[in-house]
Design a protein. Structure first.
Length: 322
């Protein structure tokens, strides 16, 4: 019988223990730990964050539990999970990735169990300990897609440093300067990865739908997959990129690519979850069900702290279609 591993183990929070803890949670926790060790395996489907450091820390604390991780884009992993569940061959215990794939494919596909009902640790249950004084979920029921991290900045807005002087950019509107027409590449807007940027552009009063139309429609943008557009940027085929990934790694290898620093730009920058939401995949009833979930990618003893869950959920596809 497949047992959901106690992800509360995996995601021990960094918040200090308080003195007035209720005694009943301890029994649940001990049983969960014992069941997790007996099962000995957690199947983690995880998106863009290549969580080597996090998994290494977990292994130090719980060497009895093997983490079997499957990586990919949000669309790839969510599609795989839905297919497996509907085929009656559920493999994933936990999915951690972007909120759009979680919501559009997993939540709407009805393949999630309540992650909220599985919380055990008092410092997890106590919402006053969390950013904003509450748990953040992206589903309307506040049960299934838990957000555990917030990232400031526009991720994936990059440039070739041989072709672009980043100091010339003071506003997002500078991306629509006619001199860049035909020199911009982008991930396809209908794929996961650009949604946070698009939502920010859409709702920022000084940008709005008109900016999206001009930046991705009127600038003769060439679209491609993430890896391809990053390669194009690195070799100088294009000067600017929406949606490029692993820029820091490429720059460290000596390639002339950088991410724009948008913190000082006129319109500001968004705060998003990136790939920082987590869900419990639906499976057969099991005795340790309540303990088998997640609180967010928090880890013991402040080694890998992430303290600001927040999320923006919206759709800009209609604007792009227009």
């Amino acid at each position: 019988m497949k047992t959901r591993i106690a992800i509360n183990l995996f995601l021990l929070p960094v918040i200090f223990w308080t003195a007035n803890l209720h005694a009943d949670w301890k029994s649940d926790w001990e049983q969960t730990v014992a069941a997790a060790k007996k099962e000995g395996r957690l199947n983690l489907y995880v998106g863009r964050y290549g969580q080597a450091a996090l998994l290494d820390e977990f292994k130090k604390d719980y060497p009895e539990i093997k983490i079997a991780s499957v990586n990919g884009t949000g669309d790839q992993l969510a599609t795989k999970i839905v297919a497996e569940v509907r085929a009656g061959k559920t493999i994933a215990d936990i999915y951690s990735g972007g909120p759009n794939s979680s919501y559009s494919l997993l939540y709407r596909g009805k393949v999630l169990d309540s992650i909220k009902s599985a919380f055990i640790l008092p410092e997890v249950l106590d919402e006053s300990k969390w950013y904003g004084g509450k748990h953040i979920f992206t589903d309307s029921e506040d049960q299934f897609i838990f957000v555990y991290i917030a990232l400031p900045g526009v991720r994936g807005l990059s440039y070739n440093s041989n072709l672009v002087n980043a100091k010339e950019f003071k506003s997002y509107w500078d991306l629509t300067n006619p001199k860049w027409k035909g020199k911009i590449t982008s991930q396809r807007p209908t794929e996961t990865g650009l949604s946070v940027n698009l939502q920010f552009y859409y709702y920022q009063p000084e940008l709005g739908p008109e900016f999206i139309k001009r930046a991705l429609g009127a600038m003769d943008v060439t679209f491609g997959d993430r890896r391809t557009i990053t390669d194009w940027l690195a070799v100088g085929k294009f000067a600017i990129c929406h949606g490029c990934r692993q820029i820091e790694k490429a720059s460290g290898q000596g390639l002339p690519v950088e991410d724009f620093e948008t913190g000082d730009w006129k319109e500001g920058q968004p705060l998003s979850t990136g790939g920082g939401s987590i869900s419990l995949i639906k499976g057969p009833p099991i005795p340790t069900r309540r303990g088998c979930s997640s609180t967010g990618f928090y880890h013991a003893r402040d080694r890998l702290p992430c303290k600001s869950p927040m999320i923006f959920m919206a759709s800009c596809r209609q604007t792009l279609a227009e």
